[in-house]
Design a protein. Sequence first.
Length: 265
Amino acid sequence: MVARRKRLVYPFTAIVGLEKLKLAILINAINPKIGGVLIRGPKGSGKSTIVRALADILPKITVVKDCPFNCNPYDPSNMCPKCSERYARGEQLPVEERDMVVVDLPLGSTEDRVVGSLDVEKAIKYGIEALEPGILAEANQNILYVDEVNLLPDHIADDLLDAAATGWNIVEREGISVSHPSRFIFIGTMNPEEGELRPQLLDRFPLSVTVEPITSVKDRVEIVKRNLEFEADPEKFYEKYKPIQEELRNRIIQARKILEKVVIP
């Protein structure tokens, strides 16, 4: 059986311009507790490209290897009930490092797909193990990306609001309730021409950046040149920027270490 090759994304460091947006994204990469960014701009302005490029420059995350909710093995406050119980017993939780990923939330997603589906009968007996994990489970310790976030159905937006506000996804069915951590960097993109964002959802984004069209002829020529180069040979183009990508990743790691020592009086 032939292994499927990882699809290369356009390198973050190869993106021309968009300096304010890059800064907002890198600030979140250094301190995920900030919580995310809303990106406004017309179609074709590079919003999706820069979001998908982010994962490649992020440090790895540490998770409980056999947990479907990406629990942090060193943080009891970020554990599902099962991991928390094992931790309290003094059990050595199996640890695994994984690449941080961009988790997409498509507009057509059902509520069960987003929060997870719960078998009520099993939940009475098995608790959290009866929950089929959804997108909010996958997003824990990762990046949750919603394209056209302003077009999200209200009930899905409410689920996101609850998780973003509390850091937990709570699933309730017929009087039965189960929960798991869901702490993510929330990135939404939108085209203002297609409608505004609900005020309640807008309030959940700590940062907002409007992408302005690039008007410099020199920059526009460079964008076309790099796009053609990437399309012609993605691997060669990626290798060209790989050292710069690794340098930026290391700077993010160092910034995180320095941030731990920062004291705000």
